[in-house]
Ligand binder design. Sequence first.
Ligand code: DGL
Length: 281
Amino acid sequence: MYEYLPSRPDRLICDDPIGVFDSGVGGLSVLREIRRELPTEHLLYVADSGHAPYGDKPRDIITERSLVVAQWLVDQGAKAIVVACNTATGAAAATLRTRFELPIIAMEPALKPAVSLTRSGVVGVLATSQTLASDKFEALRGRFDKQARVLVQPCPGLVERIEAGDLHSESTSALIADYVLPLLAQGADTLVLGCTHYPLVRPLIQQIAGDQVIIADAGVAVARQLRHRLTRQRLLSTRNASGHDRFWSSGHPDKATALIATLWERPVSVGQLTAMCPCEQ
Ligand code: DGL
């Protein structure tokens, strides 16, 4: 793997922005909670849609892309990085923490709340194949599988549909049903959305699963964790006004702008991210 120089910003300043990234638009489900929790912070968001999905790529490719995008955010002046992607967390969070000397906040599927909420004692985790195969997830599962039966379900194809903006169609609904119904048939009454794209189709998931099924995701917890880390490191913004949101994508610029505007529910301008891995240059 290419040797990156460890990035050591001389001085992290509290009014610098927070950098957030995902393999695509999924991390907007986390960004939404960060914006709610920290209204005065400036937020930079990178959707690496030109390389999505990460979920079926080899681990070293996911790590390379995560390093490139995180370095790019650091170069834009980010004071902290949020890895708003479970797949990148499983593959690359540990490497990012060794390479960057700034707070790195990453995802953890919401298994802890799920095992405390289940009444049937059966929890279903929906995530990408890479997340479910990661050591990090195996360790998480090991912490909770005495308290509840934990079923796992990879969801190939779902991230691609969400990236294509296909959030409400019959075929997306049918794909979700293929993944969710077998979990319910095995007794799951609580579903963990272990991929940040999935909260973007939460209404469909809830409709298919039924109102009695509890759905847990980690967006709010990550936003709180970010606030906690920034407070502890005296990096919370001192600004009184609202922070701005800026967006970049490595995907097709027009498509990215239209999709991010729809999901963010306001007009946005989306910059083109051209940062490449050394192996791609
Ligand atoms: N949002 C990413 C996650 O949380 C999606 C992964 C992918 O690109 O496959 O895992």
